[in-house]
Unconditional design. Sequence first.
Length: 171
Amino acid sequence: MTNPYFQSPNPALDLVLHRVVGVPCEHVWAAWTQPELLMPWFCPLPWKTIECEIDLRPGGQFRTVMQSPEGEKFPNAGCYLDIVPGRRLVWTGALSPGFRPADPTPGMPTITAIIEMEPTGANGASTRYTATSLHSSLEATKQHAAMGFHSGWSTALDQMVAAIKHQLARA
């Protein structure tokens, strides 16, 4: 899928996770857009996502609260910029709902996230999945990488796939 936001990732400023996962695209979309489906997998265990609000429209809110194993809470809020149903979600922590400027979260890099998904494989049984995290500076990119972008987002994706497979097996 062509991304209208940039031609190609900037290796100095963008972190990218790209994989093909063995679950249908419509289930990946649902896992990203329905709070009750997002909360079980969104952060690597033993962390938990204890709150989630999704207002799926440009200018709408994407908000989660993650909780550490010690019980410390970490709120994250942002604003959806673009939504292509079933294919792409774009949100940023630089804006609050309604496109209002947001105050930065202390100690956290402000990102714009792009989640892209495309059916692949026989009869669309798999999904080509790309998560891109855009940063404003080399320092912010390094901070996010050091916080575990690749391992954390990969683990969360594995948890999402496992949750979807569990859901499909029960259906």
